[in-house]
Design a protein around this ligand. Structure first.
Ligand SMILES: Nc1ncnc2c1ncn2[C@@H]1O[C@H](COP(=O)(O)OP(=O)(O)OP(=O)(O)O)[C@@H](O)[C@H]1O
Ligand SMILES: [Mg+2]
Length: 440
């Protein structure tokens, strides 16, 4: 204070400024720290590094700062957090220490106001930026590895927190733009299908999402097709919900009966976003399957309808030139009714047979509904499930109806025994019924 008073009193201001800036230059020459300034806007558009820093630091903020900002928009699944002004966040990247600081300046000074007016952002009352500081010797690592890592993490964070949307056709050739939030509770943790099949699907999806380089190097379109087939109530639609929740991909539910012509179909396919699942349920019922003539519409009762080949060609063609990370799922209860064109390798990458409930699927249901992994009746149930064709939906229904105690497994045994041999039927009659069902 004393020195400042003396200098203010006795030394000319120009000399003080000159001296201070010289001192600043000198200290920055000897400083070991480098600071990167990341402003909110780049020209008139948002700076992507700023946005990435915002998302990335949000996940760190709750750990290390004293003031955090909390927010949630309609399309977010969960609360998101952010660093408040002047707060610092320390981070560690492969042993390199970095420090982030969030700075806001009020747009009082005329330069700031001009700057904001330039940005056409008159509602904003402040200029915001992040400062990222680290030791100069780590410059290369920070620029070449850390910042790209922050950008990549931010992308994943934003995607994870985004609510999945379900879109249906609004009018023939376009999707409902808003969509609805898809909040199906089914996940791979609760889905009751054969354990091995579940593992295969999860591994396949993991490989697919990590396959960017593979698809680029091989020149293949980054897409994957699954054909889910099996009797009603075996979990086909539940599996699609689990896939969507696992990948956080939007679902486009394509009702082919609404689409009149192949060019409408093309518009729908073009209107889909990346990282999405196109679902066509009950393919055997909704599409004219027998017409194999490429690119032709089948004339059905005087109305042009899309054909299977039209559908597959449109997907193959359009997705190879525009669109990444796309999944297509067909479902059917009757695989034998499908055109062999659909089953040819390369069309549907992975056929998945969802069959009647086996013991591994049953154990999952018992865990979901009763919270148990073991029981003295399990052995008998395992034996019965080998003989009785019962769907996961039926068992789930029984478990919902009967009291939620461990004792109710006795009722499941009774249910399975009754199913094995309904009153008044001999075992031979029952076999005929079950065999016939598969052939339907
Ligand atoms: N594998 C499963 N795991 C957990 N729940 C299941 C499973 N399969 C069926 N369910 C239950 O049964 C209901 C019907 O199943 P889902 O709609 O997935 O069957 P689906 O195979 O799609 O049948 P459909 O061929 O009739 O469309 C679901 O709402 C779910 O509660
Ligand atoms: Mg279904």
């Amino acid at each position: 204070m004393l020195i400042r008073t003396i200098t203010n009193e006795f030394i000319p201001q120009e000399f003080v400024d000159f001296f201070q800036s010289g001192l600043h230059n000198l200290s920055s020459q000897f400083s070991t720290q480098l600071t990167v300034v990341i402003e909110e806007f780049r020209g008139k558009s948002k700076n992507q590094v700023f946005e990435a820093a915002e998302a990335y630091l949000g996940t760190k903020a709750t750990l290390s700062v004293q003031r955090v900002k909390a927010s949630k928009s309609e399309t977010d699944k969960e609360l998101s957090f952010g660093v408040d002004r002047d707060q610092e966040v320390n981070d560690d990247f492969e042993g390199v220490k970095v420090r982030w600081k969030f700075k806001c300046q009020h747009a009082e000074s005329s330069t700031n106001r001009d700057y904001l007016r330039d940005l056409n952002a008159s509602l904003r009352s402040e200029v915001r930026h992040y400062e990222l500081s680290f030791h100069k010797k780590h410059k290369e690592e920070i620029f070449n590895s850390y910042l790209p890592y922050v950008m990549e993490r931010a992308k994943a964070i934003k995607n994870e927190s985004r609510a999945v949307k379900l879109r249906t056709i609004e009018y023939r050739d376009h999707w409902n733009t808003e969509g609805v939030n898809f909040v199906h509770p089914m996940t791979f943790k609760t889905l009751a299908i054969d354990e091995e099949l579940k593992r295969d699907v999860v591994n396949d999806l993991d490989k697919f999402v990590k396959g960017k380089e593979f698809y680029k190097n091989t020149g293949k379109a980054w897409k994957r097709g699954y054909l889910l087939h099996g009797p009603p109530g075996t979990g086909k639609s539940s599996l699609i919900a689990a896939m969507s929740n696992y990948l956080n991909y939007d679902i486009y539910d394509l009702d082919l009966t609404v689409v009149e012509q192949n060019n409408e179909l093309k518009n729908l396919i073009l209107g889909m976003s990346n990282r999405s699942i196109l679902v066509i349920e009950d393919i055997d019922c909704t599409i004219k399957l027998q017409n194999r003539e490429e690119n032709k519409e089948a004339v059905n009762d005087g109305v042009k309808k899309v054909t299977l080949s039209g559908l597959l060609n449109a997907i193959d063609g359009l997705w190879s030139c525009c669109g990444e990370e796309r999944i297509i799922v067909f479902t059917t209860n009757h695989i034998e009714r499908l055109d062999p064109a659909l089953l040819r390798p390369g069309r549907m990458d992975m056929p998945l047979h969802l069959s009647y409930c086996n013991f591994s699927a049953f154990k999952q249901l018992a865990f979901n509904y009763l919270g148990i992994s073991q029981h003295k009746l399990f052995q008998e149930i395992e034996g019965l499930l080998r003989e009785v064709q019962v769907t996961a939906a039926e068992i789930a229904g029984e478990l919902t109806n009967i009291a939620g105690s461990k004792e109710c497994l006795q009722d499941i045994v009774k249910f399975l025994r009754d199913k094995k041999m309904p009153k008044g039927l001999t075992e031979t009659d029952q076999n005929v019924i079950q065999g016939g069902d598969e052939l339907k």
